[in-house]
Design a protein around this ligand. Structure first.
Ligand code: ATP
Ligand code: MG
Length: 303
């Protein structure tokens, strides 16, 4: 009898690197998996340490008004998540308990809170910068990390619903932000060489929603606003974006009111490292046992 080949995701569960929750894209992480991620973060942080002006870590939620300002519901409503809580009285509560017991919809008194799930790690930064007034001459250069949520359930282990992005964000003039992105495209390749992962950089676009969205995606590509660092990771699928290099022009500067020293809208750019994806790429190419990873890779991560 033929047995179905074991998927990469099942191997990760079997090895105890990820813990299945029953929901696609929602997994627990083992200590070994987390160790790889934190070692990768140290490596990425070491490359930008002389340039950053600040480092921040955000919780996985952001204020709803700032989420609205981001335009995420206009561009990617299909991916967004909002936090709802029970806002009823005793009577409503009784109804809720009864519905739940009967296996019926119990969510009708769940109302939106002040919090949306963060879809991209750099979003919570922009309102903070805007509140500070005009940027100094040298702009801002921030290292940050956040859990992100995107409603894109998948059997591909690299496409999670809750995952972390580590980012460097550059806020300043057009020249400063474009130079930043070029630097990180190069450094991204250097990191991949150190980690001995096959990779290539290619132009990309975001999955803008609907018909109008297709045009936005085409225009983003044409203007080369987004590049991805692609690595083959999944069974029988094209390569996966493990890093992205984005230039937003002055769109976020205008949306959030972030201004340069002369009061004009700031330009922004970010490099995002998909932390789980990078760990998965390492496990895919070097095996599920980190002790067996090539000497050079172990040295790059563990010193
Ligand atoms: P993709 O094209 O694969 O959907 P993306 O263009 O949506 O990726 P970005 O929005 O640029 O990705 O996010 C920055 C980085 O975050 C990506 O390069 C990737 O490494 C990581 N990332 C994005 N979506 C996910 C996800 N669903 N699960 C895990 N990591 C992700
Ligand atoms: Mg995506």
């Amino acid at each position: 009898m033929m047995t179905a080949p074991v998927s990469f995701l099942d191997k990760l569960f079997d090895q105890g690197l990820l813990y299945d929750s029953g929901v696609d894209g929602l997994y627990g992480r083992s200590a070994v998996f987390e160790d790889v991620i934190s070692r990768f973060e140290q490596l990425a942080l070491s490359l930008g340490k002389d340039e950053i002006s600040e480092a921040m870590v955000f919780p996985p939620g952001m204020p709803v008004p700032d989420f609205e300002t981001s335009g995420y519901m206009k561009n990617f409503p299909q991916l967004a998540g909002t936090v709802h809580s029970f806002c009823g009285n005793d009577h409503d509560h009784m109804g809720l308990i009864q519905c739940m017991a009967a296996g019926e919809d119990w969510t009708k008194n769940q109302k939106i809170t002040d919090i949306a799930l963060t879809p991209a790690a750099c979003y919570p930064l922009y309102p903070i910068l805007a509140r500070r007034g005009n940027l100094p001459e040298e702009g801002a250069y921030v290292a940050l990390q956040s859990y992100c949520f995107r409603h894109e359930p998948s059997k591909e282990p690299t496409r999670m619903q809750m995952f972390r992005q580590r980012e460097y964000v550059r806020v300043g003039t057009q020249e400063q932000t474009i130079a930043f992105r070029e630097t990180w495209k190069r450094r991204g390749g250097e990191i991949m060489d150190l980690l001995q992962l096959p990779h290539e950089v290619d132009v990309a676009n975001d999955p803008f929603f609907g018909r109008a969205g297709r045009m936005m995606g085409a225009s983003q590509r044409e203007q080369e606003l987004k590049f991805e660092m692609l690595v083959p990771v999944n069974d029988g699928a094209g390569p996966t974006a493990c890093m992205s290099f984005n230039y937003h022009m002055d769109n976020f500067g205008k949306a959030w009111g972030i201004t340069l020293s002369d009061g004009s809208p700031a330009h922004t750019a970010c490099v995002g490292f998909g932390l789980e994806r990078l760990a998965l790429a390492l496990f895919r190419h070097h095996g599920l046992d980190t002790a067996q990873w090539p000497e050079g890779v172990r040295k790059a991560l563990w010193g």
